[in-house]
Design a protein around this ligand. Structure first.
Ligand code: IMP
Length: 200
């Protein structure tokens, strides 16, 4: 069965293709002229479903989307669902990291817990929708470390590896990340659903 991926992110396409191909599922990129989708949900799950539903409705075929972000305990879950726009327009990833570190300046080491969250959704033309969630727990450092990855990676430390997402080899990050966990769970959920309904 073919699924459109409601994203223009090549990294996501590659990661999800690696997970779904062995399960007999094929991913299609969005047509070049597909319009920008407005993400106006208030949760990761709402946004993932909005994106998948929009593509499914427009193209009449099953569609997959994800939405992700960083939730910091000491900031009551911020940047959260607003991760990409957090702290205002026109900022770089580095600017956002500096601001986040500034907001965390007086937070003690024991209270610097955070998690990356990813919700992946698949919507079928029948109206059936599957959503799954992946999380990766860590802590917020007091400075940036590492130049790999993107976004909040340089300030997010993974305890099992004692280093940041920005310092980890991409293959390692991609095997333990919130997105890898959500996509793996989506692969299992899709396989179970397709087997139960006899669809291919
Ligand atoms: P999106 O769901 O891919 O649009 O991600 C939203 C935002 O969450 C990104 O622009 C980043 O700020 C943040 N984010 C999501 N996943 C990651 C990650 O793996 N590393 C660092 N930042 C991330």
């Amino acid at each position: 069965m073919k699924f459109y991926l409601a994203s223009r992110n090549k990294g996501k396409m590659r990661e999800l293709t690696e997970i779904l191909t062995p399960l007999g599922m094929e991913l299609e990129p969005l047509p070049e002229d597909f319009p920008e989708i407005e993400e106006n949900g208030t949760t990761f799950a709402e946004n993932a479903k909005i994106k998948a539903q929009t593509v499914c409705d427009a193209l009449g075929a099953p569609a997959i989307a994800d939405d992700s972000g960083l939730e910091v305990e000491a900031l009551n879950g911020e940047p959260g669902v607003h991760s990409v726009r957090w702290a205002g327009p026109g900022l770089t990833d580095h600017d956002r990291n500096v601001l986040l570190l500034e907001r965390m300046r007086s937070v003690p080491e024991t209270e610097r817990g955070a998690k990356f969250v990813c919700v992946a959704a698949c919507v079928f033309p029948s109206g059936k929708a599957l959503t799954v969630r992946g999380e990766c727990r860590g802590t917020i450092l007091d400075e940036e470390r590492g130049t790999g990855g993107f976004g909040y990676d340089p300030i997010f430390c993974v305890p099992e590896y004692s280093c940041t997402f920005g310092e980890l080899e991409p293959e390692v990050k991609n095997s333990i990340s919130h997105r890898a966990r959500a996509f793996t769970a989506l692969g299992s959920a899709l396989r179970a659903y397709l087997e139960a309904t006899g669809e291919e």
